[in-house]
Design a protein around this ligand. Structure first.
Ligand code: GRG
Length: 264
C-alpha cells in the first residue's frame, strides 16, 4: 500500500479537495478539516491504478516512475493492496468527525464516495471501457466512459471539500459540474499529450490508421478540435465556479488553468 501510495503522482484529487474547502470557507481552517477526505480520495485513486495495472486489466509494468505494484509484490499482494486501500479510505473518511466536520456531512461524503467511485461511477466506467474496448466508435460512448472513469472521482473531490466547509446546495452543484468539465478536459489533454509525445518521439505525425488500438479524442475529433474542446470545457468550468457565490475560488480557477496548459 505504501509503495504505490507514496510513489508520488500529481496529487490532483487531494489538492482539489483542499482547494474546494478553502473556496467555500475562505480560510485555511477549511482545508485542515478536509484533510481526511483528501487522503481518502488519493487512497481510492491509488487502488484503482494498482488494479488497473494488473495483467488481467491493462498489464502495465511502470506507474508513477517505478515498477507497478504487481511487478514488485506479485498479483495476489497487488490485489490485496488495492482492496486494503479501498476499505481503509472509508475508515479515514469517518475521522473527519474528530476534526469538527458535522456528522451529517461525514455521512454524505461516505455515501458520495461509494457512489462516485463505485458501480455507478469509476468502477462502472472501467467496466464499460473493458467491455467496449474494440467497439467504441462514437464520441458519446467515449465521453460516457471518461465521465465515469475520470470525472466522477474529480467531481467527488470537489464536493467532499465543499462538505468539509458546509457548502450549500448551489455550491455543491457547481462543484459537481466543475469537476465533470475539468475531468473531461484533463482526459482529453491526456490523450493529446499521448499522441503529441509519440509524434515527437517518432519525429513525424502519426496517421489515423497507424494510431494506437485505443479510441481516443484526437482519434475521433482530430488534434485541433480536441484542443478547442479542452479550452471550452475549462472556460465553462471556471464560469460555473464564478457564479456559485464562493468566498475564494481563485485557487480552483488557477488549478483549472494549470491543467489546461500542462505539457506532461
Ligand atoms: C480498476 C476499478 C478500477 C478502475 C480503474 C483510474 C482507472 C480506473 C484506470 C487508470 C487508467 C486511466 C488512464 C484512467 C483515467 C483516469 C486517469 C487519467 C488516471 C491517472 O490519473 P493521474 O494522471 O495520475 O492523476 P497520478 O499518478 O498523477 O495520480
Amino acid at each position: 500500500m505504501d509503495y504505490s501510495l507514496l510513489a508520488g503522482g500529481k496529487r490532483l484529487r487531494p489538492i482539489l479537495v483542499l482547494a474546494a474547502a478553502q473556496a467555500v470557507s475562505g480560510s485555511d481552517e477549511g482545508e485542515a478539516r478536509a484533510l481526511p477526505f483528501a487522503c481518502a480520495v488519493e487512497m481510492i485513486h491509488t487502488y484503482s491504478l494498482i488494479h488497473d495495472d494488473l495483467p488481467a486489466m491493462d498489464n502495465d509494468d511502470y506507474r508513477r516512475g517505478r515498477l507497478t505494484n504487481h511487478k514488485v509484490f506479485g498479483d495476489a499482494m497487488a490485489i490485496l493492496a488495492g482492496d486494503g486501500l479501498l476499505t481503509h479510505a472509508f475508515h479515514v473518511v469517518t475521522q473527519a468527525a474528530k476534526l469538527g466536520v458535522p456528522s451529517e456531512r461525514v455521512l454524505a461524503v461516505a455515501e458520495e464516495l461509494a457512489n462516485y467511485s463505485g458501480i455507478s461511477g469509476m468502477v462502472g466506467g472501467q467496466v464499460d471501457d473493458m467491455l467496449g474496448e474494440q467497439g467504441v466508435t462514437s464520441l458519446r460512448q467515449l465521453e460516457n466512459i471518461h465521465l465515469h472513469k475520470t470525472s466522477d472521482l474529480i467531481a467527488f473531490s470537489l464536493r467532499a471539500g465543499g462538505h468539509a466547509s458546509s457548502a450549500d446546495d448551489t455550491q455543491l452543484a457547481a462543484f459537481g459540474l466543475f469537476g465533470r468539465n475539468v475531468g473531461l478536459a484533463f482526459q482529453i489533454q491526456d490523450d493529446i499529450l499521448d499522441l503529441t509525445g509519440t509524434e515527437a518521439k517518432l519525429g513525424k505525425p502519426v496517421k489515423s490508421d497507424e494510431r494506437q488500438e485505443k479510441v481516443t479524442y484526437p482519434f475521433l475529433m482530430g488534434l485541433d478540435e480536441s484542443r478547442k474542446r479542452v479550452v471550452e470545457l475549462t472556460m465553462e468550468a471556471n464560469e460555473t465556479l464564478l457564479q456559485a457565490g464562493l468566498a475564494k475560488p481563485d485557487k480552483l480557477i488557477a488549478i483549472a488553468d494549470y491543467l489546461l496548459n500542462r505539457d506532461h
